[in-house]
Design a protein around this ligand. Structure first.
Ligand SMILES: CC(C)(COP(=O)(O)OP(=O)(O)OC[C@H]1O[C@@H](n2cnc3c(N)ncnc32)[C@H](O)[C@@H]1OP(=O)(O)O)[C@@H](O)C(=O)NCCC(=O)NCCS
Length: 152
């Protein structure tokens, strides 16, 4: 029988509701470590995403606990990849990849959205991860990235 990691096998994915906002906010405060994130990350930000862009927000659950999230939004038919974080205990189990898959799938289902933009840091594993996922740098500082949605 193949070995299946228990942590990986037990993860479920869903969209958040407003009652999850506080838990997501607290998870973000624990997991974000860059100064910009610490300043910009607020409960009102989480609530804004869930209220107005819920269909582009995804959470990873272990039982009743939220262990990861990925929040994005769409404005004027352009996709913007927003906040992503996974609880340290659950990292490297492909959770962020799964959350990104769901986000891109949802955006792809809206035929008006052609591109997804991401604002990133130039010193982070996230840049190389997104490059492997098909995002390309769009400015010299390498802090803006773009993904072109295509039919699969
Ligand atoms: C970035 C983060 C969300 C990744 O979550 P994760 O669930 O561990 O990621 P996954 O297991 O799905 O891996 C995603 C990719 O990143 C790579 N990766 C993840 N952690 C890595 C690390 N510490 N070093 C190198 N690569 C890493 C994986 O190899 C994978 O790439 P691949 O699919 O090409 O193999 C997580 O590390 C995190 O929460 N960091 C703190 C918050 C943050 O920096 N958020 C981004 C700014 S909003």
């Amino acid at each position: 029988m193949p070995y299946i990691c228990e942590k990986k096998a037990m993860i479920q994915y869903s969209t958040p509701s407003l009652k999850d906002a506080k838990e997501i906010y607290l998870l973000g405060t624990c997991e974000f470590n860059w100064i910009y994130e610490k300043i910009a990350w607020e409960l009102s930000v989480v609530e804004w995403y869930i209220k107005y862009h819920r269909s582009y927000c995804f959470i990873a659950l272990k039982g009743d606990s939220i262990v990861g999230f990925h929040f994005s939004f769409v404005e004027d038919d352009i996709g913007y990849m927003g906040w992503v974080a996974v609880n340290k205990e659950y990292r490297r189990y492909n959770i962020a990849n799964q959350l990104l898959d769901m986000t891109l799938e949802k955006m792809r289902s809206n035929k008006n959205i052609l591109n997804v933009y991401a604002h990133v840091r130039n010193d982070n594993i996230v840049n190389s991860w997104l490059k492997r996922r098909g995002f390309v740098d769009i400015n010299q500082q390498k802090v803006e990235m773009k993904y072109t949605l295509k039919e699969k």
